[in-house]
Every structure is written in structure tokens, then in C-alpha cells.
Design a protein around this ligand. Structure first.
Ligand code: OGA
Ligand code: MN
Length: 207
């Protein structure tokens, strides 16, 4: 599903990033597409395709549930139509970001993420110390009927000790500068589903 890079929804994200370094769009994805993506995520989980996420990069990566407890599977284009629709949409956003912010973003990597009840992801930034290709993070939530008492908020740490909590409600997209915005996933009482990804510029692969 491609949309024009000057679509008002994309321009709003570009403007927010330029002004504040992050953006929240509560109605980014049509409900039907959100539901289909959630179904795909649950199907993959049921088939055992999601694996505990690691912390760190390359040969130093390890699973540490005290830091992050989600299960993930990386997306590949050309496998499932509904995922391709999502990837096309994010490619439209990539073009909009390049036009508006001159970021030189070349690709997008993304994974399904499932947080079992009680799982969390401690405060972190998304850019690795030895690899600064990740420029912009994008998290799309896939949960239906999420309530504040379910927990699972994305807690964003802004300047001057301001914190902001995003409810992970289906169809909502949060976008932020990967190297600048510390954030954290609070524990939830329900299974929490998302598609998380990073727009990257070209760089030298350290490994
Ligand atoms: C991540 C992350 C946020 C979220 O996967 O790096 O911070 O709300 N996810 O799922
Ligand atoms: Mn993160």
C-alpha cells in the first residue's frame, strides 16, 4: 500500500520529527490492516517462528530477559501480502522523511514483536554504539481494545525530565529519532503485539 510522500499524514510526521524529534499518530493504519497484521503475528507465534529477542549487536548479542523480554521475527519482503502492504507504507514514509528532512534513508528493517504478559524492555536508545546507521525508529501497535490498566505503555523520555506515555493501541504509529530519544516498554498484563522498525542510512558494517 503506497501513499504519496506528500500525503498529509506523512507530512505531519515529518513536521513533528523536525520540531520535537518524535511523533504519535493514533490513526495511522486502517483497522482491517491492523487486524490482519495482528493475525499474522499471532499465527507466526503459534507456529513457533518468534524467538526471544537479543540485546546488543552481532557476535555480542545475547538474550537477557532482565533487559528485554519480547519475542520477535524479522520481516522479509515478498513472503506474505499483508506484510508487503505494511512495508510499502513504510517505504512511503521513508521517501517523505528523505524529502522533508534530507536524512538519506536507504532502507528499513523491521520485526514483529510479541511481549508475553509481564515482559518489558528497559530504558534504552535504539542506536548501537558501534553502528550509527539507525536514524528513525517506527513502532506500530497491533493490539485490539487496549486499556490503560493493561500497562505496556511506551514511556518516552523527553528533554527537561519530561516523560510521556503512549498507550499501545492498535493502528497507532510512534516515530522518533533513534539516537536521541530514550524510551522503555512497561510491563503489561496482556500479550502485547507490535511491528517495530528502523529507517537506516548507508554506513560501514563493522562486522
Ligand atoms: C524496541 C522498542 C517499543 C515498543 O523494540 O526497540 O523500543 O513500544 N519498542 O514496542
Ligand atoms: Mn527501542
Amino acid at each position: 500500500m503506497r501513499i504519496a510522500p506528500d500525503h498529509p499524514l506523512l507530512l505531519r510526521i515529518v513536521d513533528d520529527l523536525a520540531a520535537h524529534g518524535w511523533s504519535q499518530q493514533n490513526i495511522f493504519l486502517p483497522e482491517a490492516l491492523t487486524r490482519e497484521l495482528a493475525g499474522e503475528c499471532r499465527k507466526r507465534a503459534a507456529e513457533g517462528e518468534l524467538a526471544p529477542a537479543g540485546v546488543g549487536r552481532g557476535p555480542f548479542q545475547e538474550v537477557r530477559e532482565g533487559i528485554r523480554g519480547d519475542h520477535i521475527q524479522w520481516l522479509e519482503a515478498g513472503q506474505v501480502e499483508v506484510c508487503d502492504r505494511y512495508l510499502e507504507l513504510m517505504d512511503s514514509l521513508r521517501l517523505a522523511l528523505n524529502r522533508g528532512l534530507f536524512l538519506g534513508l536507504e532502507d528499513y528493517e523491521s520485526h514483529f514483536a510479541l511481549y508475553p504478559p509481564g515482559a518489558f524492555y528497559r530504558k534504552h536508545v535504539d542506536r548501537f554504539r558501534d553502528d550509527d546507521r539507525r536514524m528513525v525508529s517506527a513502532v506500530l501497535y497491533l493490539n485490539q481494545a487496549w486499556l490503560p490498566e493493561h500497562g505496556g505503555q511506551l514511556r518516552i523520555y523527553l528533554k527537561n525530565e519530561v516523560q510521556y506515555d503512549v498507550q499501545p493501541t492498535g493502528g497507532c504509529l510512534v516515530v522518533f529519532l533513534s539516537g536521541e530519544i530514550p524510551h522503555e516498554v512497561m510491563p503489561s498484563t496482556r500479550e502485547r503485539l507490535s511491528l517495530t522498525g528502523w529507517f537506516r542510512r548507508r554506513g560501514n558494517e563493522p562486522f
